[in-house]
Design a protein around this ligand. Structure first.
Ligand code: SF4
Ligand code: SF4
Length: 388
C-alpha cells in the first residue's frame, strides 16, 4: 500500500419496506350522527352535486312509515344528531312528521336545504315542531352566477329571503358554500355575506369529486393560484372574526399534502341513509364496487352498524396496506378516503392518493395540472329535478 487511507465503500441501503403492525381490534361504539337523504329530487341541477349519477326517482323513495321507523331506530341506537338532507328535503311533505318524531326522541335536527321552496310559514311550523338548526347552501353571491351554477332562475333572492326568516325564527343558521373554479374568487364575499345575514357558521366547502362533480371535474377544478389565494383570504378572516363567526374550511384534497380523515374513519362516528333506505358509511360509498350495502327497510339499523360486512370491512387497521398500517399519521387520517383510493388507484385498500407518501400521489398532480389555464368546459347539469 502506498500510504493512502482506504475508505470502505458507502453502501446506501434501500429504505426499509414498511412492516405490518399488529394492532388491537377497534372498539365500536354507537354512531354520533346520521345523514338522512330523504330524496334525491331537487329544483336545482348543480353540476357539482354529489348525489349519484343514477339518481333515484320518487317512486323508489322510502315511504313515510319507512322513514319514521328508520329515524326511530336511529334515535334508539344512540344517535345524537340527524341531518335531514337530499336532494331537497323540503320536497317531502312528511318532513314535519320526521322533525316531530326526532324532537320527541331528543335528537338534534339539522335541515340541509338549498332554500328555494321553503316558505316562511313552513319554516316557523318546523321550528315549532322542534327543528334545531338550518343549513342553507348558496351557489354564488352573484345572482347571475347563482342561476348558472344551479340552472335555476332567481335562486339567490329566495335564499336570502329564507336566511332572513331563519334569523327571525331564532334558529341557528349555517351558510354552506360549495366552492370551485367559478366562484372560488368570491370566498371573501361569501364570508361577508354570512356576517351580513347573521349566520353562526359558514362552511367554505371545496367541492369533492363524486357523483355529478366527477362528471364535471374539468369544469370545476380550481387552479393552484386560486387555491392559495383562497387559503390566504380564509386565514385572514378567521383571525379577524374570532369569536364572531365560525369558519369551516379544509384545503381541497387535490392540493393537500395529506388526506383528510374521511368521515373520521370508516364507520366510526356517522352513517348515511339513501332515499331508498340503503345504509352507507359515507354518502359516496356506493361508488365502491364489490360491497353489498344493506337496506334499513329490511335489516335493523343496529345490526347494520355493528355486524354488517360492509360496515366492518374498513374498520380498524387490518385491511390497510403496510404503508398506512405502519405510518405514524394513521390515527390522523385513517388512510384517507376509500372512494378516492378506488377511483384513482383501482383498489379501495390503497392509501388515498392525496397522500404524498402514496406511490399514486402523482395521479393527483396530473389531474390538477391537466386543468390549469384551460378554459372551463360547460357544466353537464344533473338531470333529476323536483318533479321526477
Ligand atoms: S342539485 Fe344542488 S342544491 Fe340540489 S341537492 Fe344537488 S347540490 Fe344540492
Ligand atoms: S401513508 Fe396512509 S396513514 Fe400515512 S398519511 Fe398517508 S394515507 Fe395517511
Amino acid at each position: 500500500m502506498d500510504g493512502q487511507t482506504i475508505v470502505a465503500p458507502v453502501v446506501i441501503s434501500p429504505r426499509p419496506a414498511p412492516q405490518h403492525i399488529a394492532r388491537p381490534a377497534p372498539v365500536v361504539g354507537p354512531p354520533l350522527g346520521m345523514l338522512a337523504e330523504l330524496t334525491h329530487r331537487c329544483p336545482l341541477q348543480c353540476g357539482y352535486c354529489s348525489n349519484p349519477i343514477n339518481l333515484l326517482k320518487a317512486n323508489r323513495e322510502v315511504d313515510t312509515a319507512g322513514w319514521l321507523s328508520i329515524l326511530e331506530q336511529a334515535a334508539d341506537l344512540g344517535i345524537l344528531q340527524i341531518h335531514l338532507s337530499g336532494g331537497e328535503p323540503t320536497l317531502r311533505s312528511d318532513l314535519e312528521q320526521f322533525v316531530a318524531l326526532l324532537a320527541r326522541k331528543g335528537v338534534y335536527t339539522n335541515l340541509i336545504t338549498a332554500g328555494t321552496v321553503l316558505t316562511r310559514d313552513r319554516l316557523f311550523a318546523l321550528r315549532d315542531m322542534g327543528l334545531d338548526h338550518l343549513q342553507l347552501s348558496i351557489q354564488s353571491v352573484r345572482a347571475d352566477l347563482s342561476d348558472k351554477i344551479g340552472n335555476i332562475k332567481g335562486g339567490l333572492a329566495k335564499k336570502l329571503a329564507l336566511a332572513g326568516w331563519v334569523k327571525e325564527s331564532g334558529l341557528p343558521l349555517t351558510l354552506n358554500a360549495p366552492v370551485h373554479r367559478h366562484n372560488i374568487m368570491d370566498t371573501g364575499a361569501v364570508i361577508d355575506l354570512a356576517l351580513e345575514l347573521g349566520a353562526d357558521r359558514v362552511e367554505i366547502a371545496n367541492v369533492q369529486y363524486y357523483g355529478w362533480a366527477a362528471v364535471n371535474k374539468a369544469a370545476l377544478m380550481p387552479e393552484w393560484a386560486q387555491v392559495l389565494e383562497q387559503k390566504a383570504v380564509v386565514e385572514e378572516a378567521r383571525e379577524r372574526l374570532k369569536g364572531i363567526l365560525n369558519i369551516d374550511f379544509v384545503t381541497p384534497d387535490y392540493y393537500a399534502k395529506y388526506p383528510k380523515p374521511c368521515m373520521g374513519g370508516w364507520a366510526t362516528d356517522v352513517l348515511n341513509v339513501t332515499p331508498e333506505g340503503k345504509v352507507l358509511p359515507c354518502h359516496a360509498a356506493e361508488s365502491l364496487t364489490g360491497i353489498n350495502f344493506e337496506n334499513a327497510t329490511q335489516t335493523p339499523l343496529a345490526d347494520i352498524w355493528y355486524k354488517s360486512e360492509s360496515f366492518n370491512r374498513y374498520r380498524g387497521y387490518d385491511w390497510m396496506t403496510d404503508l398506512c398500517n405502519s405510518c405514524d399519521r394513521v390515527d390522523n387520517c385513517f388512510g384517507g378516503c376509500r372512494c378516492q383510493a378506488m377511483a384513482l388507484t383501482g383498489a379501495a385498500e390503497n392509501a388515498d392518493p392525496a397522500c404524498i407518501k402514496s406511490p399514486h400521489h402523482h395521479l393527483m398532480a396530473e389531474i390538477t395540472g391537466g386543468y390549469a389555464g384551460e378554459q372551463a368546459p360547460p357544466f353537464v347539469y344533473r338531470r333529476i329535478t323536483a318533479q321526477n
